[in-house]
Ligand binder design. Structure first.
Ligand code: GTP
Length: 365
């Protein structure tokens, strides 16, 4: 029996307002919730029992999977107060069914990667490791903690984000997927907040445990920020990333109940949700359009997410914008990049412009 834990208890603050009502792993990515892509991948790797380590909006996970008919057992380890990544792993470990030497897969609930799960499990067993960490090699490691390894793959240390060029001693970073020997996992304190990255792993290395790196260079993306989130979704649609739940690669994934005007352009791996309406001349590029959203004629959206039941007025321009649910952006708005618009907000027509083409003053002087 192969078991896995998925860490899904975080608040997802960097993705607000999308995560105001929906935990990050339940947000729609390439047409289905991200956690379903992960589960499909786990099942392909032979996992038969998965424990969700939940905390924030925990009941929504049970709701999502109440009718799950696949051959996978799902258990829920709910934290009344968030225990951090390490505490969450130990707490979820209570519900595992295997023995002390069994290998347990642990996944962060927000990482999209091309990692071969059978390969990391195989390496962990072959090398009799205590913990095997997936390490990915990135072109620019400055934004990450670094994980140098010895020639035999043993992890040497866990270093803070580098501040100088000299501190960039490797391009390997923690990729958010681990295999634990169960007994090692059971030894993490489960009654207080513990960070697996900052406390558990450095502690295991310091005490001489066999902590190994499984190093890859393939597709890897942390979907924790809005831009990474839309790009990850688009990558699944265009085939740059793969999931057992996404069909042949294409330019867009359009729900059968969405209505796209023949004069609209939906491209770049965009996803259009159920009941959405895209008007004539509109451009939706590398974006996620939620259920029941209306995009008016001539509106242009690039690298943006629009949550369900919102309206984008005609000829408006959005770049790298996150729009909460039930929002209304009137016509002819030109929003500065990287805005986050709260759920239910209303911006009148011609209310916001970046360029110098503001309309005439409509007040009486
Ligand atoms: P931000 O608030 O935007 O940083 O997102 P986050 O809350 O998801 O935090 P982060 O991206 O650092 O978390 C990495 C993974 O660990 C995610 O899958 C989270 O759901 C999960 N996670 C973080 N903290 C906890 C926790 O206290 N308990 C549980 N069960 N999971 C957690």
């Amino acid at each position: 029996m192969q078991e896995a834990i998925i860490l899904v208890g975080g608040k997802g603050t960097r993705l607000r307002p999308l995560t105001n009502h929906t935990p990050k792993p339940l947000l729609g990515v390439a047409g289905t919730s991200f956690i379903r892509h992960q589960i499909a991948k786990l099942m392909d790797a032979g996992v038969t029992h998965v424990v969700f380590a939940t905390s924030y909006l925990a009941s929504l996970f049970e709701e999502e999977f109440k009718d799950f008919g696949e051959s996978l057992d799902i258990s829920y380890a709910v934290e009344e107060v968030p225990l951090g990544t390490g505490g969450a792993i130990r707490n979820a470990g209570r519900l595992l069914r295997g023995g002390p030497d069994d290998a347990v897969l642990v996944l962060n609930g927000d990482i999209l990667s091309g990692l071969d799960l059978r390969a990391i499990l195989g390496e962990h067993r072959r090398r009799a490791a205590d913990v095997t960490l997936h390490l990915t090699r990135v072109p620019d490691p400055r934004a990450f903690g670094l994980v140098p390894t010895a020639e035999d793959g043993r992890v040497l240390s866990f270093l803070e984000k580098p501040r100088t060029a000299e501190e960039i001693v490797t391009d390997q970073i923690n990729a958010g997927c681990y295999v634990f020997r169960r007994a090692v996992l059971d030894a993490i304190p489960g009654d207080r907040e513990v960070s697996v990255e900052q406390e558990t792993f450095p502690g295991l290395v310091a005490t001489g445990h066999r902590v190994l790196g499984h190093i890859t260079r393939g597709y890897w993306r942390d979907l924790g920020t809005p831009l990474a989130f839309v790009h990850g979704s688009a990558d699944l649609v265009t085939g740059a990333a793969t999931s057992p739940l996404v069909g042949p690669a294409g330019d867009a994934l359009i729900h059968p109940t969405a209505v796209i005007d023949p004069g609209a352009l939906v491209t770049g791996g965009s996803t259009i949700g159920p009941g959405a309406v895209i008007g004539p001349g509109a451009v939706v590029d590398r974006s996620i359009i939620g259920a029941g959203v209306t995009v008016g004629a001539g509106a242009r959206l690039h690298d943006s997410v629009v949550d369900h039941d919102s309206t984008i007025g005609g000829d408006s321009l959005l770049r790298e914008t996150v729009v909460g649910c039930h929002a209304h952006i009137g016509a002819d708005n030109e929003l500065p990049a990287q805005l986050r618009l709260s759920c239910g907000i209303r911006i009148p027509a011609q209310g916001v412009r970046v360029s110098g083409t503001a309309t005439a003053c409509s007040t009486v002087h």
